[in-house]
Design a protein around this ligand. Structure first.
Ligand code: ADP
Ligand code: MG
Length: 700
């Protein structure tokens, strides 16, 4: 074992509370000043002990009569105190030997907590307390309660914030007239929110409607808009290979073949987004475009045309999908579309090993493979491209700002030092992200403001709308009859079982049991089972049987959630639909209704439903429009959850609420544009003030 290293010279190690502060991102004075209270407590008054009622919180002051350790049940410290009006027992479950000294009989204590009419009479369990003298003053304002962690006591946080406040740089950065009317200056707003005077309307404060809060939210949104505008400007300075389709080249040949391959030509919406993408690709700066289109709107062919443009221009394209099933499906489709044109397509997944994989990698590295299809992980990990010109990320809705940054870093043509003269050095690939989860307007304008957006707002013709039915689980027999009907007509059916991570094992048993049950009651039907624990080859074999129509009923967990495309499937049954999120239900439902046949989605639920569960199923029954679903989802869940914890861009928006603050957001957006143009330095200071080190995220 090596000898213990001497402590490194340099800055003193941080104390525990200072480390806890740093973990919350509270490093500079301004960080502390912008760390605002969650709520307030009124500690300006003392109540007589006798005036408190059961379940009511209050502050009292009394003399300790008795202080003893009780050991009979759980070890605890019991402290009896009294004032002129009556007595009260304090019960402390965690205490130190020193606590007993602090609370010795005769001590005057100030106590805050909730009164309970307990076993031993009137008591407070774990109150806040401190020894005082008769002339210890009471606070004159409301006492702020800050977001904090266990390592960071409120009293300490209050102290450091109070001392940072006068030092913090809160000078006005905005030119006259650009702050929304009626809002205070930033310094006034911040000072007020940390120390609201007694008598302030706590409802308006805690509901963030007070003008002081509006000012803070406005500034926060402004910083976010500025940072994203800067990220855009920075991206405009990077170089990418211009990718233009050649006359008579791959793009034209693919377009000409589409009526045969798709059974139709591109929809108007598809033509429009294809043109938007082509214009971006032709520029010498990297495209960062998000293509959104509802499930089934036909994004894959748009991606194929973008890939064809890259290949036409002599560059490679990588197409990434979140699951192996989806990657394989893309691979099959693209082979069918592009291989006849002489394009070599490599397929890389985690389960491909050995010689085959080495050959694929070699074809990618020497540039023979024009297109590489695989899962995200695989393509990011160990694939070296000869000339990567375009990366397409399918179903990107699960990826946030941080993931985008990581992806771009991984794919940049930077670190292949051995290549020299082929021109790829220093060039960034273009990036096309595709998502079937439409982003509500306010989110698109805030968290995705650094991206360009293309929207397919039209489904290919000839689709019959999906009918959605919500049934209580007791009506299974009816559902089975329906399945028999569909199968008899030569159509196919999905049966989806929920998979909740905490109980994956149990759910797998459920899926297996459901598979057995359905196989038994549908004797002349081929019933398959698909779940995430199966080996990739096994999954692929099952999927193939279902895709080519041999298998009529597929029992699956949510592994089929994204992208799977079997147009002959006309019925989807989702068991325990109440356990799924709204976006997920919409994705699942999108697996049917992909051909001309009329499709039905049956949502089975088990009563009782929670209010949000009910709201989700109601939304599903009422609309199939992805944008409307997304809007309702945002309403039901709020943006943090909407985007998933990982991708909320962390604390990019701490105070503003996109569901409520659209007017502020619009104002911030126009102000950002003017500030950047007229006062770039002030704009920079505004960004630094709010985001500090977090701006790295936005360069993704
Ligand atoms: P998604 O946008 O959900 O990824 P897909 O790309 O999987 O949708 O397309 C859904 C289905 O619609 C596929 O079977 C595809 O071949 C078909 N399709 C796409 N575009 C057209 C079109 N313009 N005309 C007819 N069918 C189309
Ligand atoms: Mg798709």
């Amino acid at each position: 074992m090596p000898p213990a290293a001497a402590p490194p010279a340099g800055p003193k190690p941080l104390s525990a509370p200072a480390r806890a502060l740093a973990r919350l991102g509270l490093v500079r004075d301004i960080d502390l000043a912008l760390h605002l209270p969650l709520r307030y407590e009124d500690q300006t008054r003392l109540a007589p002990i006798a005036s408190l009622h059961d379940g009511v919180a209050g502050q009292v002051q009394g003399t300790v009569l008795e202080c003893r350790v009780e050991t009979r049940a759980r070890r605890q410290l019991l402290v009896r105190i009294a004032d002129d009006s009556g007595e009260l027992m304090l019960r402390l479950l965690h205490f130190y030997p020193s606590t007993q000294k602090t609370l010795a009989p005769g001590t005057l204590v100030r106590v805050r907590g909730e009164l309970r009419a307990g076993f031993l009479g009137r008591e407070m369990v774990h109150p806040e307390f401190r020894a005082v003298t008769p002339d210890t003053p009471l606070p004159t304002g409301l006492t702020p309660v800050y977001p904090s962690t266990a390592q960071l006591p409120q009293a300490y946080l209050r102290k450091v914030i109070a001392s940072a406040l006068p030092r913090a740089q809160l000078d006005e950065l905005l030119p006259e007239g650009s702050v929304p009317a009626g809002l205070p200056s930033l310094r006034e707003a911040v000072t007020f929110l940390h120390n609201p005077p007694p008598g302030t309307d706590l409802g308006a404060l805690e509901g963030h409607r007070h003008p002081a809060w509006q000012r803070l939210k406005f500034d926060e949104l402004l910083a976010q808009q500025l940072a994203q505008a800067q990220a855009r400007a920075e991206r405009a300075r990077l170089r990418a290979p211009p990718l233009r389709a050649r006359p008579g080249g791959l793009v034209e040949r693919l377009l000409a073949g589409l009526p045969q391959l798709l059974g139709g030509s591109l929809t108007g919406a598809q033509q429009r987004v294809v043109a938007e993408i082509a214009a971006d690709l032709a520029r010498p700066t990297p495209m960062h475009r998000l293509l959104q289109g509802d499930v089934g709107s036909g994004k894959t062919v748009v991606a194929a045309l973008a890939a064809a443009a890259a290949i036409d221009a002599g560059w490679q394209c990588a197409l990434m999908a979140p699951t192996e099933i989806l990657a394989e499906q893309h691979f099959r489709k693209l082979v069918q579309w592009l291989q006849p044109q002489g394009i070599v397509i490599a397929w890389l997944t985690g389960s491909r090993k050995g010689r085959e994989r080495r050959e694929m990698l070699a074809a990618v590295a020497d540039g023979r493979a024009g297109l590489v299809v695989g899962t995200h992980a695989v393509i990011q990990r160990d694939v070296a491209f000869a000339r990567l010109g375009l990366a397409v990320v399918d179903e990107q809705h699960r990826f946030g700002v941080a993931q985008r940054l990581a992806l771009r870093e991984k794919l940049a043509n930077r670190d292949e030092a051995d290549e020299g003269d082929d021109g790829a050095q220093g060039l960034e690939p273009h990036l096309l992200m595709m998502s079937a989860t439409p982003i509500p307007r306010t989110l698109a304008m805030s968290h995705y403001a650094d991206l360009d957006l293309s929207t397919i707002d039209e489904l290919p013709p000839g689709r019959t709308p999906i009918v959605t039915k919500v049934f209580e689980d007791g009506r299974r027999a009816q559902v089975l009859a329906r399945i028999r009907d569909e199968v008899a007509q030569g159509k196919q059916v999905y049966w989806v079982c929920p998979l909740v991570e905490e109980s994956e094992h149990v759910d797998l048993q459920n899926a297996t049991a459901t598979h057995a049950e359905l196989s038994a009651v549908l004797p002349n039907t081929m019933v398959g089972l698909l779940h995430g624990r199966m080996a990739a080859a096994e999954k692929a074999a099952v999927m193939k049987l279902f895709t080519d129509g041999t298998m009529q009923l597929l029992v699956a967990t949510t592994v089929i959630e994204v992208g799977v495309d079997v147009p002959n499937a006309s019925l989807m049954v989702i068991e325990h639909a109440e356990r799924f999120g709204l976006a997920q239900l919409h994705q699942l439902r999108g697996r049917v209704g992909r051909g001309a046949v009329a499709s039905v989605c049956v949502l089975l639920y088990t009563a009782p439903l929670s209010p949000t569960g009910k709201a989700r199923l109601k939304a599903m029954a009422e609309t199939t429009d992805g944008f409307e679903i997304a809007r309702r989802d945002l309403e039901i869940r709020g943006p943090g959850e909407f985007m998933g914890a990982r991708q909320s861009g962390d604390a990019l928006l701490r105070f503003a609420d996109l569901a409520e603050d659209e007017p502020l957001l619009l104002h911030a957006r126009s102000t950002a544009a003017r500030l950047l143009a007229d006062h770039p330095q002030r704009a920079q200071r505004q960004v630094d003030r709010w985001l500090g080190a977090k701006t790295e995220f936005l360069k993704a």
